[in-house]
Design a protein around this ligand. Structure first.
Ligand SMILES: [Zn+2]
Length: 171
């Protein structure tokens, strides 16, 4: 529902993987997001922020396929008051752990103010969204509280109660 609300392309459980680093464990990530990051991103959704089961699987998957990013997404944030505050972000904020070779944080859903393209970028920086509207590193514009993103959080929260916990309100 969140992905739909921001008009983000996604595939639900398109492919599973064998992870040799974890004793040939089988892992089927929840979502594949082809337009996020340089080459696409896997996303695992965890409705309970304190339950990060799956993080070791995602880390192993991203260590095996280093061209691709991956993330663990926690509960849909409350948008009221301009969530999230990048200044106060810590490892439990931003809705996510992010893997791209290693672990990095905090990453936020954000959007380019010029063209509206949705990204999942470090501190929600607009110049990191892959549309190319802003030169990388020049315009340090935090767009995690862009109105379309906040509205999508609210839509996703509402939908979760209508349709149950499946997918954590993300799709
Ligand atoms: Zn743009």
């Amino acid at each position: 529902m969140f992905f739909d609300a921001v008009d983000l392309q996604y595939e639900y459980e398109p492919q599973g993987y064998v992870l040799e680093d974890l004793g040939d464990a089988w892992y089927l990530p929840d979502f594949w997001l082809p337009t996020i990051g340089p080459n696409g991103m896997w996303a695992e959704v965890k409705a309970d922020r304190d339950n990060w089961i799956g993080a070791d699987l995602m880390l192993a998957l991203c260590s095996k396929h280093t061209r691709f990013a991956g993330t663990i997404l926690g509960p849909v944030p409350y948008a009221a008051g301009g969530w999230p505050s990048y200044d106060e972000a810590d490892e439990t904020d931003g809705w996510a752990l992010y893997f791209y070779g290693g672990v990095d944080r905090p990453y936020f859903w954000c959007a380019c103010p010029k063209c509206g393209r949705v990204g999942f970028e470090w501190r929600g920086l607009a110049d990191r969204v892959t549309c190319g509207c802003y030169p990388p590193g020049v315009v340090r514009m935090h767009t995690a509280s862009e109105s379309g993103i906040l509205r999508a959080y609210e839509e996703a929260r509402g939908a979760r109660f209508e349709h149950g916990e499946r997918g954590g309100g993300m799709s």
